[in-house]
Ligand binder design. Sequence first.
Ligand SMILES: Cc1ncc(COP(=O)(O)O)c(C=O)c1O
Length: 381
Amino acid sequence: MVARRVSEIEISGIRRMFEGAPPGAINLGLGEPDFEPPAVVVRALVSAVHDKMNHYGPSAGLTALREKIADRYRDIDPEVSRENVIVTAGGSEGLMACALALYDPGDEVLVPDPGFVLYAPHARLAGATPVPYSLAEEQRFLPDLDELERRVTPRTRAIVVNSPSNPTGAVFPKSTVEGLVAFADRHNLTIVSDEVYDEMVYEGHHISFAGKGDRAIVVNSFSKMFAMTGWRLGFLVAPRSMAVEINKVHYHVVACPSTPAQFAVLAGLAHLEEATAAMRTEFHARRELVIRALNRMPGLRCVPPAGAFYAFPRFSWPVTAYAVAGDLLKRGLIATPGDAFGRLGARHLRLSFAASRPNLKRGLAILGKYATDMPGQRKRS
Ligand SMILES: Cc1ncc(COP(=O)(O)O)c(C=O)c1O
């Protein structure tokens, strides 16, 4: 017998599609840059391994790396120091450590709908209740502060926010960030801000929640920043008193983050801008290609994502997103059904455009053929 809190958790819709895929299927389901980590990062990893940096390190991460991460936030928060930083095993572990450190059984946690697949299960695993708040397409997938006021109760402990967003691609403008901070202040909530796509913005600017009052925790990751999803390294920046508590959970889960990988990203952070610029430019171009193709397909409409690297088209076919994704899988395309991200994702698909151009073209061809094969559809020119 396993604990009920675990047996009640489902495997995410992203993973289910990925793991059920036939060999050779085009994968637009997982959020993985098709780039390799920058050469300077790879070289530093190899050197660290050769130089015998293969052992346990400090639980919160290497001091030099924590300092370098703090530097990245100093212009928006002059007070930030390495004491605020914990190096984690990816954003996933950072988010889980926050959940276990912050939520008590019976607490409520506001989570975005549609939103990334970890937030609600993490709340449940900590014994709390996730309370979805809407990100409606008609509102440019931005939170509605009036709705948040209706959802908050005396039990609400925290709100999870995600900009740039997976799956919608929305990037919060300054007014939304300020509105959310004021909302959290009014109700004494902690803000858990997932900013793992902060380097991938095509329209507008990323505005971090770092340093916004004393109640925001920023979760970030090197996975997408350095195209090293398999290395499992990320970080969080928290008010000092919270960082001490989160670090206890972090220690009990991972002991410490990977030592050689930390030396590698430490070298990479000195070249962050050039490392991310090439990827950003390429993803921007792919975004145009994908959005244009999707908006030509009968029955599909796609709002251009301002950030991250997902298209989140809405379909008008009278079938569920799981049925569409299942049919596409049989035709050799892995796409994620929108309802994997919550109730409001129900009539959407999520397609990653971080996949290579040939794979994007092949994947879009499969989707385009499916769209024209749907009864009653005609191709638009
Ligand atoms: C919004 C968001 N947050 C967190 C993560 C976790 O990433 P990682 O654990 O690789 O850092 C992902 C991965 O896709 C994501 O999309």
